[in-house]
Design a protein around this ligand. Structure first.
Ligand SMILES: Nc1nc2c(ncn2[C@@H]2O[C@H](COP(=O)(O)OP(=O)(O)OP(=O)(O)O)[C@@H](O)[C@H]2O)c(=O)[nH]1
Ligand SMILES: [Mg+2]
Length: 398
């Protein structure tokens, strides 16, 4: 028994000594290895998943700190400072916009302007050439009536004056186009505040023509003129419509009156927008409307009601019909329906940057007997310009 005790004791001593020797060998090595220094703010703080340095490595332990281990806790990340308030944009001044945008107009309508000039500079202006002039105007959607007038007028003057000088012919064409468009029409927007209430602008049109975009761009035009503007989101038919409008408003610091719920009565929202405009002593209230309902009669009834309810505050100053220039004759038919219901006072022709059918300016005015007041020449926030016939024709013929 004594011998057995002695052997067990000896084995125990050897085992303890071996472990001590092993620890002695290993620990200095681990300490001596250079680990990447920990950031100062983490020192003294245990890191999740980091093996305890005083523990012996075992099977399955990582040889070193895994690269995907969290190296910083979330609370030490520097957050960007809170902005002081919403940043509002300063819209571009209106003056000279058409000059900036004329390049787009000239590019999209080169078939009209350059096409006519090329035809008219031919050596012989025979019957076939005049037919081609006519065709070019028709293709650009000028419409049959105005086309005949332009061609007849030009033909007569070229014959009487006997001129073939390209510069002179160009000037004659310019004059014919200008008289077809009309230079003595009042195209100003009625956005002057009345003594006791803001001016009210109602914007109508078929879906997708660019109504909401136009309301947003117009708000910018007015803000650039230092006017106080309120927007009314009377398109309660489409869920995202009010949001789209409010975003335009926010960019230039203009409030948007909208309903709390979808499908609310658009006339009530329009009424509230003007009420808010009166209370805030705003200069202009612009009301956006829906372009689509289940059926045409429903849409027209709704618009009629919006206008009537708005008129409880006083006459509506401007009813702008937004037309997509790329839809041609179809757009004209739609326009006629709107003008029957809401007594349109001005036309906004959008997307003139994307069509060769700039002649629609002439056709739409003739069909509705309403002037084009604004034109849209792009999706950019300031790509809306007052319609100026001279700048327009000069861009076509540049
Ligand atoms: N190229 C170009 N695109 C435009 C112009 N005006 C509007 N758009 C685009 O046309 C599309 C429709 O515009 P919206 O303003 O939403 O049209 P809407 O009439 O309000 O449409 P609904 O609310 O659905 O009736 C958008 O993608 C606009 O960016 C323009 O002058 N030129
Ligand atoms: Mg819209």
């Amino acid at each position: 028994m004594d011998t057995l005790d002695y052997v067990i004791g000896l084995i125990g001593l050897i085992a303890v000594g071996g472990v001590a020797a092993f620890v002695g060998l290993v620990r200095p090595k681990r300490r001596g290895r250079s680990l990447p220094p920990r950031p100062a703010e983490q020192q003294g703080r245990p890191l999740v998943g980091r093996p305890d340095e005083d523990r012996l490595p075992g099977v399955g332990d990582d040889a070193e700190v895994p690269r995907d281990s969290p190296s910083r806790s979330v609370d030490v990340v520097d957050l960007p400072a809170e902005p002081a308030g919403p940043v509002t944009e300063r819209p571009e001044p209106v003056l000279g916009r058409l000059v900036r945008l004329r390049e787009r107009l000239a590019r999209s309508n080169s078939a009209l302007g350059q096409g006519l000039l090329t035809l008219l500079s031919r050596d012989r202006l025979d019957e076939a050439t005049w037919d081609e002039v006519e065709e070019t105007l028709l293709l650009a959607d000028v419409g049959i009536g105005p086309t005949t007038e332009i061609v007849d007028g030009l033909r007569e003057r070229v014959r009487v004056l006997g001129t073939r000088d390209p510069e002179h012919v160009r000037e004659l064409l310019r004059q014919e186009l200008l008289s077809a468009i009309g230079t003595d029409v009042d195209r100003s927007l009625r956005t002057e505040r009345h003594e006791d209430r803001p001016a009210v602008v109602l914007v109508v049109g078929v879906n997708g023509t660019g109504k909401t975009t136009t309301v947003g761009k117009l708000a910018r035009v007015l803000v650039a003129e230092d006017k106080d503007v309120v927007l009314g989101a009377a398109d309660t038919f489409r869920a995202a419509a009010a949001e789209q409008l409010a975003t335009w408003g926010e960019r230039v610091g203009v409030p948007t009156i909208r309903s709390e719920r979808d499908g609310a009565d658009p006339a009530a929202v329009a009424f509230d927008a003007v009420k808010a405009g009166i209370e805030a002593e705003a200069d202009v209230v612009i009301v956006d409307t829906a372009g689509r309902l289940q059926n045409k009669a429903g849409l027209m009834d709704e618009l009629g009601k919006v206008k009537r309810v708005l008129e409880r505050h006083g006459p509506v100053d401007e009813v702008l019909l937004v037309l997509d220039a790329t839809t041609g004759q179809n757009g004209l038919r739609q326009a006629a329906v709107f003008s029957e219901v809401v007594d349109v006072s001005g036309i906004v022709l959008t997307k003139l940057d994307g069509t060769a059918k700039g002649g629609i300016v002439v056709a739409v005015q003739r069909t509705l007997d309403v002037p084009v007041k604004l034109i849209g020449l792009g999706e950019g926030a300031d790509d809306l310009a007052p319609f100026d016939p001279e700048a327009f024709v000069d861009a076509l013929l540049s």
